[in-house]
Design a binder for this molecule. Structure first.
Ligand code: HEM
Ligand code: HEM
Length: 194
């Protein structure tokens, strides 16, 4: 049997793609497609051709430009929800349990790695639940103020994802170059039979 079953590897890379995609939408929202920056730019450029618009109007235009990109936050959000359910199902397979068995016998470093994975799974679960609660707030009968509070927590917990992702990528690259040679290719080819 391979260390990482085929379906587990597919799950890992799809999950990596979706989480990186979600981070990409945040990056764009906060930089090139930021409504604050773009509304000022739109107002200024229109003024140069003698068209004056109000702050409110330029804000509407900037948000309309951002909207098609932001749809991807929701599309990838649905994908993340499916991936979370898939990961729960995978827990009942040998590969799905691989990092979580014999915890007591692990080195301190390996214990931290395992706790890091449990941490990111909890964070992703929270992001998905809070994200969907915000998205369907009207159907859930919530008021805008509540959505605003949830958004603040959603945005704060996002820092956890921002810390995990680079730490994880650097971590596996370092491990592959030191005492765990082949750890990355194992997640691609499945690893040696165990
Ligand atoms: C793109 C570069 C990435 C590489 C090269 C990579 C590589 C790996 C490798 C080699 C493992 C197995 C490590 C071990 O057994 O401890 C692993 C596990 C894992 N990776 Fe990644 N990964 C990448 C991106 C991501 C991203 C963006 C996420 C998003 C959250 C992620 C989430 C995870 C999780 C949760 C596990 C633990 C799986 C388990 O439950 O056993 N990875 N990754
Ligand atoms: C890795 C997972 C996720 C991360 C890192 C993430 C990150 C963020 C961040 C940082 C914001 C605040 C953006 C800003 O105001 O500048 C946000 C807003 C939001 N997210 Fe997520 N999110 C994730 C998953 C989800 C999921 C699964 C959904 C479900 C549909 C979702 C739905 C939303 C919604 C509805 C907003 C509010 C948008 C608005 O007020 O216009 N997110 N997200």
């Amino acid at each position: 049997m391979k260390k990482w079953r085929f379906d587990f590897r597919i799950w890992h890379w799809l999950n990596a793609f979706v989480v990186l995609g979600l981070l990409g939408t945040i990056f764009l929202r906060k930089t090139f497609l930021s409504w604050r920056t773009n509304s000022e730019l739109i107002a200024q450029k229109l003024l140069e051709i003698d068209l004056e618009i109000t702050v409110e109007q330029s804000k509407i235009l900037a948000k309309a430009i951002r909207a098609p990109m932001w749809e991807w936050h929701i599309i990838l959000g649905y994908a993340l929800a499916v991936l979370i359910i898939w990961r729960i199902i995978l827990f009942f397979t040998k590969s799905g349990k691989e990092n979580y068995i014999n915890f007591k016998d692990k080195s301190l470093h390996k214990k931290m790695v395992t706790l890091g994975y449990i941490g990111i799974y909890s964070i992703l679960l929270f992001m998905a639940i809070s994200g969907f609660v915000m998205y369907f707030y009207e159907s859930l009968g919530l008021v805008k103020d509540t959505v605003h509070s949830i958004k603040e927590v959603h945005e704060f917990v996002f820092i956890g994802v921002l810390i995990f992702v680079p730490l994880h990528i650097i971590g596996v690259i370092v491990a592959d170059n030191t005492d765990e040679k082949g750890i990355i290719s194992d997640m691609i080819s499945g690893g040696s039979k165990i």
